[in-house]
Design a protein around this ligand. Structure first.
Ligand SMILES: [Fe+2]
Length: 300
């Protein structure tokens, strides 16, 4: 599937959803609650399960904070959104969904990701590669409602084959397409990733209105600054260290590919992929009733 170049809808800059960020310090991930200012309807974007890999232990402290915030405010959870299949943290979406309801959605190219990692983890035919573990598979330029808010999807592959940016009023949740201006861009070297495709996806984002608020999925506080997660299209276009000042495609690809060669794998990539490709669910139990994750040797 090729990346469309233009944006086929007019963003509603007059509508400003309430955005509540939650920072997970273990994985440098920012999860969000997005609420319709005209009702109690809300969505949760990119939630995080706490996972102690050394101990094989799952916990839900971070997700419980999100659940408590929604319950305390008597908000109604309508959607759980994954911007992509994350490789650095495990999703808490099924846990939150069990507590609060709502529908779980991801981009429809999840099927490509499931096929790739289904092979890498040697999953049998029981592992469906059709996205059926999710409630909704978004296409490019799809829409859905959060109360009276209309959310629009923008297909932005490159970091992975299935990334979607979600644009809700004057706010865009960019997943791992962009980092803060001083952080640049996300890596494009995971299986199915592609630096040139990422550049083109980022160019789509930079066409959005100057004042659109952009919310990052990650921040690592480069050069010792405090963690930040919100910027604007204008700031990214002018100051982003990887794509700002009109950086051209070939220069970006050269930089991105050289940089990716120096990066080690995220600590949680192996458990994250096995869980997140199943919409945040664990693999089926073994015949002793226990749950296991695999470690493919010399494969990733
Ligand atoms: Fe990611």
């Amino acid at each position: 599937m090729t990346t469309p170049q233009s944006i086929s809808f007019v963003p509603d800059m007059a509508t400003s959803p309430v955005v509540v960020p939650f920072f997970d310090a273990h994985t440098n991930t920012i999860s969000y609650i997005v609420r319709d200012p005209g009702s109690n309807a809300c969505a949760v974007i990119d939630s995080v399960m706490d996972f102690d890999y050394a101990a094989g232990k799952m916990a839900f402290e971070g997700a419980d904070q999100i659940i408590a915030h929604i319950r305390d405010h008597k908000w109604q959870l309508e959607w759980l959104i994954e911007t992509h299949v994350h490789a650095d943290h495990l999703s808490a979406a099924p846990y939150i969904q069990q507590e609060l309801g709502g529908k779980l959605g991801i981009g429809d190219q999840i099927c490509v990701v499931q096929d790739t990692f289904g092979k890498i983890f040697n999953e049998g035919t029981d592992f469906q590669r059709d996205g059926s573990q999710f409630d909704r598979l978004f296409k490019e330029a799809d829409t859905y409602q959060i109360g009276n808010l209309t959310a629009h999807t923008l297909f932005t592959p490159g970091h992975t084959p299935a990334d979607m940016v979600h644009i809700i009023g004057d706010a865009a949740f960019v997943g791992d397409t962009l980092f803060m201006p001083d952080g640049g861009s996300a890596r494009a070297d995971f299986p199915g990733g592609d630096a040139r495709t990422l550049y083109r996806s980022i160019q789509r984002l930079l066409q959005l209105p100057d004042k659109m608020r952009l919310f990052m999925c990650h921040d690592y506080g480069p050069n010792g600054r405090d963690i930040q997660w919100e910027t604007t299209v204008e700031a990214e276009r002018e100051h982003n260290i990887h794509v700002g000042h009109g950086t051209n495609e070939d220069a970006f690809v050269q930089m991105r590919e050289a940089r990716d060669k120096t990066l080690s794998m995220p600590k949680l990539i192996i458990p994250s992929l096995q869980v997140n490709m199943r919409a945040g669910n664990l693999p089926p139990k073994a015949d002793n009733g226990k749950t296991y994750l695999k470690v493919p040797i010399n494969t990733l």
